[in-house]
Design a protein around this ligand. Structure first.
Ligand code: ZN
Ligand code: ZN
Length: 435
């Protein structure tokens, strides 16, 4: 669509929506209600048959069969097990994309449910339990429901919807690539280039019925790092005969504590710098040659990220130098960018979310230091990622198990809300509605 058409479309649609066949709120609600029970059924089935990243064979097949049965153009095997469906509405309009992730986690479920997972899989050479501990079963079922509803209304629907069912959001297995970045590399935006994209995630921190939104940076960029400090091995009784990398490593750990606390403007963006493992040495009376530190850096702004990486390097290299040792700092692999919600898009669809949740039930959520690879899509297309509360009324969200816990349990009463939220933002966007 050219620029002028893009500007004129919403106006035309507003002007004509009263007289021509637009998708009405009533028709949308009726179709959503007809899909509710199935969404719950799909979610239970997917929950009982969880699959790890890049191994979502059964889930992908279920999704693909469903999308084909709705008459969508379907592509499978994208980024290993991803499925993409295209729904072309009966009226001209813009293109948007809706995304769900399909992978589960190497977690052994401890929730007693009739559809509890007892699945196992090989992970890093071990047999592990597999569980939808991050709620991606719900995301997949909701998007299957949204596809069904929108396909049923396609005659009156303006524009095109790209349904993105993505594998390996939690990261691919060692030695493999996957997730959103690979979906994009394999050209999912080539046939249909969306002008807006939406995704949701369940959240145990929010009560069922509420929707959490944050405009601008929402979820952190993540960089893993590896610092190797090289000294010179010596007898533990004669440290002066060598260069002790263990003491240097301890100093580097402490020195890095000042990067966020003393050198970063935390009034603008928070940051987290953690050391996750220290490895070095083999025996009480040998000072080793080298020590390795690995950890994670979380940031919300590319400039802050760059600054912290430079300071980490300076801190490690210069502290090592002061002791006569050396240090190298490697960042990566597979950094995930900060997930930035488009402010204009968020403002535009906020009334749609309010209509679904009710006034006062849209919650401004804090920065989340966890990551979400939806961030890769949001780098390409103005996007909104929002959270759907899944902790039942009367239960304190601070007391319940969060995602990734073997005790994570979502309130199925949230599924209809997730479905309606996805439908409302999609339909209102396509129809150019500003309520
Ligand atoms: Zn997760
Ligand atoms: Zn997740």
């Amino acid at each position: 669509m050219n620029r002028i058409a893009a500007l004129v479309w919403p106006v035309l649609l507003l002007a004509t929506s009263q007289v021509t066949a637009a998708v009405s709120d009533g028709a949308l609600e009726e179709a959503a209600r007809a899909a509710d029970a199935q969404v719950i059924e799909w979610r239970r089935d997917i929950h009982q048959h969880p699959e790890l990243g890049n191994r979502e064979f059964r889930t992908a097949q279920k999704v693909a069969e469903h999308l084909r049965s709705l008459g969508l153009e379907v592509k499978t095997g994208v980024a290993h097990t991803g499925v993409v469906g295209i729904l072309r509405g009966g009226r001209p309009g813009p293109a948007i994309a809706l995304r769900a992730d399909m992978d589960a986690l190497p977690v052994t479920e401890q929730v007693d449910l009739p559809f509890k997972s007892v699945a196992t899989a090989e992970y890093r050479g071990e047999t592990v339990g597999v569980m939808h501990a991050c709620g991606h079963d719900a995301h997949t079922a909701i998007l299957m429901g949204a596809a069904q509803v929108l396909a049923g209304l396609r005659k009156d629907l303006p524009g095109t919807v790209l349904f993105v069912f993505q594998p390996a959001e939690e990261g691919p297995p060692d030695g493999e690539r996957g997730g959103a970045v690979l979906m994009l590399e394999q050209g999912i935006f080539e046939a249909v280039k969306p002008e807006a994209m939406f995704g949701l995630h369940v959240s145990a921190s929010l009560a069922t019925g509420t929707i959490g939104v944050r405009t601008g940076p929402m979820m952190a960029a993540s960089d893993s790092y590896r610092i190797v400090i090289r000294g010179r091995q010596s007898h533990g009784a004669r440290p002066w005969a060598g260069v002790d990398p263990i003491v240097v490593a301890a100093q580097v750990v402490m020195g890095m504590q000042t990067i966020v606390s003393r050198q970063t403007d935390i009034t603008r963006y928070p940051a987290v710098l953690s050391v996750g493992a220290i490895k070095g040495g083999i025996r009480s009376n040998i000072i080793p040659d080298e020590v390795e530190l690995v950890g994670t850096l979380r940031t919300f702004d590319p400039a802050v990220r760059q600054q912290i990486i430079e300071r980490m390097t300076r801190t490690a290299v210069d502290i090592a130098h002061s002791a006569g040792a050396t240090a190298t700092v490697e960042i990566g692999p597979q950094p995930i960018p900060v997930l930035v919600n488009d402010e204009a898009l968020a403002a535009r669809v906020r009334p749609s979310l309010e209509r679904v949740a009710g006034a006062g039930r849209i919650v401004q959520i804090p920065y989340l230091t966890s990551t979400e690879d939806f961030a890769f899509y949001a780098q390409r297309v103005p996007s909104l990622f929002f959270n759907v509360g899944v902790t039942p009324a009367g239960v304190d969200p601070a007391q319940v198990a969060g995602v990734h816990s073997p005790l994570f349990k979502l309130d199925e009463a949230a599924l209809p809300i997730g479905l309606r939220a996805m439908l409302a933002v999609a339909v209102d966007y396509l129809q150019g509605t500003r309520r």
